[in-house]
Design a protein around this ligand. Structure first.
Ligand SMILES: *Cc1c(COP(=O)(O)O)cnc(C)c1O
Length: 355
């Protein structure tokens, strides 16, 4: 197998998914599995579908198209507000989209009318994290407008926290969402299919709450893939945290001084790093760099320390004396390193296990 590569263990992913789907079901919550970190990989989507998932969410229409071309037929939601310029592709490939803007809903409606389709809609509410969302006091008028658009079916409401500002989902903001859903349902004599409470950051709240009220869905990505919650990045008991592993190959290993010599100016990234003298060290270079990964998001194997990275080189110090040119080292990734690695055409993606 070629390096660098991401190895994705589909059996571990299936396990993680089954565990969380099962636990949340006892709280009346279904899971929409989020495929964006894996660019809509059909292997991963199919593994989700084998693990009790009935709907998939992705933030990019390109990823949704990848899944449709691979024959994935389940309900797929575009979980970022559609671009006006992509409305045709959205109506064609996504069953539902998350929306906050009347102009976009209007465009989706006219595209859906032209193609004789119905497009599902979840209106997103702002509850404090200051990313996407309609202010709560504007929800009633947005629902009224949404219901007036032909070929648009209002499926429900949702919110997203802990992404931009780190606002934690808790009993207070989650009951505000429930109350808003109940009020809108009674004002408009509607029953919402979906009241979507949030992402992996909602797990602490959902699993400790005895009554999750109207909230009946969470959208999970990072927790399924990496096995941890996302408020404090603690492992979730019973889940695998090594479902995805990055392998990179050593291309140089030499004993060198720990301090550079010559006149110091900026490095390739405009930084002026400082160095402490540790005498001579065993320095290895791996053929992977900042163009492919976020070096700060990698956890190296024991006895290896990540020192620096340029675009194409990852510099590590090693106290292992068995490293040679050609050795592959395995790294764990955080979400930032994972999304960049998945997006790099220089890193191959290999599924292992049968899912
Ligand atoms: C990415 C995303 C999710 C999934 O978040 P995780 O932290 O990966 O679980 C859910 N909802 C929206 C709107 C997103 O953009």
């Amino acid at each position: 197998m070629s390096a660098p590569r991401l190895e994705i263990d589909l059996d571990k992913l299936q396990h993680n998914t089954r565990v969380l789907v099962g636990q949340l079901a006892t709280h009346g919550i279904s899971v929409t599995a989020v495929s964006k970190a894996c660019l809509g990989s059909p292997d991963i989507a199919n593994t989700f579908l084998k693990s009790g998932i009935q709907s998939i969410g992705d933030s990019r229409i390109e990823n949704i198209e990848t899944m449709r071309h691979a024959g994935i037929e389940c309900s797929i939601t575009l979980i970022r507000s559609p671009m006006l310029s992509q409305a045709e592709r959205v109506v064609k490939n996504a069953d539902i989209s998350f929306n906050t803007e009347q102009d976009v809903i209007s465009k989706l409606s006219s595209v859906a009318q032209q193609s004789g389709q119905t497009h599902g809609m979840v209106l997103m509410v702002e509850l404090g994290d200051l990313r996407e969302g309609i202010m709560p006091h504007d929800m009633e008028s947005m629902v009224r407008k949404t219901l007036s658009f032909p070929n648009i079916k209002l499926k429900g409401i949702g919110t997203n926290l802990a992404c931009r500002c780190g606002v934690a989902p808790d009993a207070s903001n989650m009951s505000q969402l429930s109350r808003l859903a109940e009020d809108l349902e009674s004002t408009f004599s509607q029953s919402f299919d979906i009241v979507s409470g949030g992402n992996s950051a909602n797990l602490d709240w959902a699993l400790s709450e005895t009554d999750t009220r109207r909230i009946n869905e969470l959208r999970l990505g990072e927790s399924l893939l990496l096995g941890h919650e996302t408020l404090h990045r603690q492992p979730i008991p019973g889940l695998h945290t090594d479902t995805i592993v990055l392998f990179a190959e050593v291309i140089e290993i030499k004993t060198k001084p720990s301090q550079p010599w010559g006149r110091l100016a900026q490095n390739a990234y405009g930084e002026t790093p400082v160095f402490t003298d540790q005498g001579n060290v065993s320095q290895a270079i791996l053929a992977i760099g900042r163009q492919d990964i976020d070096p700060q998001g990698l956890t190296p194997p024991p006895d290896i320390n990540i020192i620096d990275a340029s675009s194409d080189h990852l510099i590590v110090q090693s106290t292992q004396n068995d490293l040679v040119v050609g050795t592959e080292l395995a790294f764990q990734l955080n979400y930032s390193a994972l999304t960049r690695a998945m997006t790099s055409p220089f890193i191959s993606k290999e599924s292992i296990g049968s899912g």
